[in-house]
Design a protein around this ligand. Structure first.
Ligand SMILES: C[S@@+](CC[C@H](N)C(=O)[O-])C[C@H]1O[C@@H](n2cnc3c(N)ncnc32)[C@H](O)[C@@H]1O
Length: 263
């Protein structure tokens, strides 16, 4: 990408509909996607024989991409505000379940399998994961999520909460994640940190500037127990003009009982 800003007055394109987001951020596994995937794998709860019930909140076009990092025979759900992204995910899932794969998914699956010392081929793994997807929907992170309370073992969300327009929406999304998790269920977040914009398709797109301390306060305010907050310096700016340099990796747990001690 050029990194040039669009001239004033130029209409802002939908970087998801144009495919620019996928091309610029998923054509190579890169440092960030590797770290994010490994983090999801590390913090995903251990599955019982029935597998995990997983929600990818703000899944964008990448639900299948991140799904490969959670082992087991799971039940996967996802939603996003942008219907184009949900159509893209549905397309990838249909393709994978019929045995057709693209290079980006294969690269992610291959890395995930190596991390898990799994004997599966990337193709088998992607096909299995595609078959584990139970629902995809269009919904708003900052409003009531269309799921009953207390049902998910894992809510995961990559690079989405910081795209919300204001902190009130961010807080509302965290509260919804807490509501839909079962007691003892886990939240795994990957967010751009310390940045108020990111670049795609020559545009600068606004972000909420997330920090570890700010995230901790917000999680505690909605009764999460904070398990991990890792501020990671990315090496991807060495080859991509992305407009930010750090990620925040967050893991938090919903209390197993109603007796929550605020810290
Ligand atoms: C940078 S993309 C990340 C997508 C994907 N999770 C990933 O890891 O690549 C941000 C996503 O957040 C979604 N999003 C933004 N605001 C949202 C909202 N209010 N509710 C649900 N999704 C939203 C966008 O449509 C987009 O798919």
């Amino acid at each position: 990408m050029s990194g040039e800003r669009p001239p004033p007055g130029r209409p802002v394109s939908d970087v998801f509909a144009s495919g620019a987001y996928w091309r610029e951020y998923y054509s190579s596994l890169g440092h960030e996607n590797r770290v994010a995937g490994e983090f999801v794998l590390e913090v995903a709860p251990t599955a019982s024989t029935n597998g995990l019930k997983i929600l990818d909140a703000g899944c964008g076009p990448t639900l299948l991409y991140w799904a490969v990092f959670v082992p087991g025979v799971n039940e996967i759900h996802g939603f996003d505000l942008n219907p184009t992204n949900i159509r893209a995910v549905a397309f990838w899932i249909e393709q994978a379940s019929r045995g057709y794969f693209d290079d980006a998914h294969l690269e992610a699956a291959s890395h995930a399998l190596a991390q898990q010392s799994s004997p599966l081929t990337p193709q088998q793994h992607l096909q299995n994961k595609a078959r584990q997807v139970r629902s995809l929907g269009v919904a708003d992170l900052s409003r009531r999520w269309p799921y009953e309370a207390g049902q998910f073992d894992l809510v995961q969300s990559c690079f989405a909460f910081e795209c919300l327009p204001d902190w009130q929406s961010f807080d509302a999304a965290l509260a919804e994640a807490h509501r839909v998790l079962r007691p003892g269920g886990r939240l795994a977040l990957v967010n751009v940190a310390h940045a108020s914009a990111w670049n795609c398709d020559g545009q600068s797109l606004p972000l909420l500037s997330v920090t570890a301390n700010g995230m901790r306060e917000k999680l505690v305010a909605v009764d999460f127990r904070v398990d991990a907050l890792r501020d990671v310096e990315s090496t991807d700016p060495d080859w991509r003009e992305q407009g930010y340099g750090n990620l925040l990796l967050t893991c938090a747990t919903k209390a197993a009982t109603n007796t929550v001690t605020r810290r």
